[in-house]
Design a protein around this ligand. Structure first.
Ligand SMILES: *Cc1c(COP(=O)(O)O)cnc(C)c1O
Length: 380
């Protein structure tokens, strides 16, 4: 989450025939996740010059992650998705199985119960870890009895997903209560839920058994880093599935190994993130969003305002009336020079300019280009 004003041109990208994009659409994986602070890069460069006992390094990192999340234990993974794979593998097998049972043999206990409303394009990671997903409820609602009825001898875990684009039909506390009554662990995908910083501890405090976060979104670590934290026995089980850098160096987690650079990069990013003045960040984003909104006053068939509730930081919301076409406006911005990526197609078809990934001063470029494109498209 770097706020430094950065160069608009990248010699490296230009050599490859690519252009640096101004990102007004949040910590999107498709745009590179986040920007790493100089301190993060320095730490990565430091360890890049050394060999080290990788198991010991991730053990030490795990202790720091446990401290930061309030969990018993933790480990650095290759992104939140890798953490989800390991969640499934750990809950399916526990510590006692040899790592090699997956993926050839599915243990009897191989089902993960998930609310239909929580199905999303990332949940294949749990299946990759060997699980079969058992859906309960409808797209909008889940009842207690549906969860109780779905838990049986085959249930390895109950999954819970928290994301800006998903509803929460059955409250987390109810899920924990019911699952734990049946001695079934609750696993959580909270990949993009930080900031706010409080979310790093929230699910563990409420009884989650394993929680996954992305290191390369709001925390500002390497894009290929992630956090898995939770119960010590389950972290040990996850460790067996490929993060035990000892012989045989293999298991379903092996293709997702975290590098030494990734591990220390995430730790330093997390320290910086914890030490940040988050209230000042929000204030800065609010002023930046207000600047964009102000620039759009008086443009025909455009209304714009700042919105924060339920969004990743204060955003400039831009509602368009005909003849404007939101998709066409977003596409024009991305084709422009410099290319600007802006959120399009919100719940009400609105455009939304996200501030959290803008570097200082870039809000002025976004505002000017938006005004230019909208003035043109409105007079068509
Ligand atoms: C981004 C995201 C993921 C994947 O995270 P990576 O760190 O990119 O692997 C998983 N789940 C949700 C809800 C996400 O937003």
């Amino acid at each position: 989450m770097s706020a430094q004003a950065g160069p608009l041109h990248s010699p490296m990208l230009e050599r490859l025939g690519l252009r640096s994009v101004i990102n007004a659409s949040s910590w999107l994986t498709s745009l590179g996740g986040s920007l790493m602070a100089p301190e993060v890069l320095a730490a990565m460069q430091d360890v890049s010059r050394h060999f080290v006992d990788m198991a010991a390094l991730n053990r030490v990192a795990g202790e720091r992650l446990a401290e930061a999340t309030g969990a018993q234990a933790g480990m650095v993974t290759a992104g939140a998705s890798a953490a989800l794979v390991l969640q499934a593998a750990a809950c399916l097998t526990g510590e006692e199985y040899a790592a090699s049972v997956l993926p050839d043999t599915r243990p009897e206990r191989c089902e993960i119960v998930i609310q239909k409303a929580h199905r999303n394009r990332y949940d294949g990671a749990w299946r990759l870890g060997g699980a079969r997903l058992v859906e309960i409820g409808t797209a909008r609602a889940t009842a207690d009895w549906e969860l109780r009825g779905a838990i049986g001898t085959r249930t390895a875990a109950v999954a819970y997903v928290e994301a800006p684009f998903l509803g929460q039909p059955l409250p987390f506390e109810r899920i924990v209560e019911i699952a734990h009554r049946h001695q079934v662990p609750v696993i959580v995908d909270a990949a993009a839920e930080v900031p706010p910083v409080g979310n790093l501890r929230r699910h563990i405090a409420a009884g989650a058994d394993l929680v996954a976060y992305s290191g390369g979104k709001g925390i500002g670590g390497p894009q290929t880093s992630g956090i898995l934290c939770g119960r010590r026995d389950l972290i040990e089980a996850a460790w067996v599935h490929g993060l035990n850098y000892d012989s045989p160096h293999a298991g379903v987690g092996r293709p997702m190994k975290a590098s030494k650079e990734s591990i220390v990069g995430l730790l330093v990013a997390l320290d910086l993130f914890l030490a940040r003045n988050h209230a000042a960040d929000v204030q800065r984003w609010r002023a930046m969003a207000a600047h964009v909104v102000a620039a759009l006053q008086g443009v025909p068939a455009v209304s714009a305002w700042v919105e924060e509730e339920g969004r990743q930081g204060p955003q400039a919301i831009i509602q368009l009336a005909p003849p404007h076409d939101g998709g066409a406006v977003a596409a024009a911005l991305l084709r422009g020079d410099p290319p600007i990526a802006i959120g399009a197609g919100g719940l009400r078809g609105e455009l939304f300019a996200v501030m959290v990934t803008l570097r200082n001063g870039e809000e002025r470029i976004v505002a000017d280009r938006l005004r230019e494109v909208l003035s043109r498209s409105g007079s068509r």
